[in-house]
Design a protein around this ligand. Structure first.
Ligand code: PAF
Length: 280
């Protein structure tokens, strides 16, 4: 696997591959890789001739400097995992390489980027669109792989791809869960063992809520109420939305696909955990 730090070298290397008629898969990441990322990389390796994994902790998508500061950085271990998964190129640029000048572009795709995470973390999706659009321009992939764990992110990126006319396929990949149901996330490593156990209740309760035959409002209140009863967990929001537009629904019949998206504060630091569940 080649580790490339600059855009020029990346472009030259990929131009050669494209000349040979090879297809290119891109897996954008911020590092601190885990089994969830590994599943995206393996899928890309199985569907493309060349797989590029970007490792870039993108400052423009963090609206809380403390969150950026404590984000785990594990480049060496990340590269080892990528080798094992069969990635061809790890693209690990510096912040200066990606943003030699501040990125003044503004992206706006409501309601996908204005609700839920968009409302809680102003500017977050603007930063995601800034980096992902740059990566698409540098790599020109045939396919780009994103984990469904960040469900809202995929909806926003789909809108950006349609808006800017990128010719690539967005491949959403299912959430990888630990045995007790907790969605894999780089942030899980920031939890104490006790908090880690408590966090498993989030998925357990959302999953239970599917089986109760409740209305949308009752389901919402059940999930929020049950999670908030647990010491060390506090729901920031739980929204039951149209799975495509992310607009709120008030009845299960309001949309062809309905998803519940949740963010929960866990522990004393606290760590924000994101998850979702499909109701239909
Ligand atoms: O999902 C992430 O890890 C990031 O938001 C992404 C897509 C790599 C952009 O920085």
């Amino acid at each position: 696997m080649k580790v490339i730090n600059n855009i020029k070298a990346l472009r030259e290397c990929l131009a050669e591959q494209r000349m040979e008629g090879r297809t290119i898969g891109l897996v954008p990441t911020m590092g601190a890789l885990h089994e969830g990322h590994a599943s995206l990389v393996r899928r890309s390796v199985s569907e493309n001739d060349v797989t590029v994994v970007s490792i870039f902790l993108n400052p423009t998508q963090f609206n809380d400097p403390k969150d950026l500061e404590r984000y785990p950085r594990t480049l060496e271990a990340d590269c080892r995992l990528l080798e094992e998964c069969g990635a061809d190129i790890a693209f690990a640029p510096s912040v200066k390489e990606i943003y030699p000048e501040p990125d003044t572009r503004r992206f706006s795709y409501p309601p996908t980027d204005s609700v839920m995470e968009g409302a809680m973390r102003p500017g977050h999706f603007n930063g995601v669109c800034q980096i992902v659009s740059k990566l698409f321009m540098y790599v020109e992939p045939d396919r780009a792989y994103f984990g469904e764990k960040d469900y809202q992110q995929i909806a926003v990126i789909r809108r950006m791809v349609a808006d800017l006319g990128f010719r690539l396929e967005i491949v959403p990949c299912p959430v990888i869960r630990q045995e007790d149901g907790l969605a894999m996330s780089s942030r899980n490593t920031l939890l104490t063992p006790e908090e880690r156990k408590t966090a498993a209740n989030i998925y357990r309760i959302m999953n239970e809520s599917r089986k109760l035959g409740f209305s949308v409002q009752q389901t919402h209140d059940y999930v929020v109420g049950e999670i908030n009863k647990i010491d060390g967990l506090e729901v920031q929001y739980f929204s039951i939305v149209d799975g495509d537009t992310l607009a709120d629904v008030s009845s299960w019949d309001d949309a062809p696909s309905v998803v519940g998206c949740i963010t929960v504060f866990c522990g004393t630091k606290p760590i924000r955990l994101i998850d979702h569940i499909r109701y239909k």
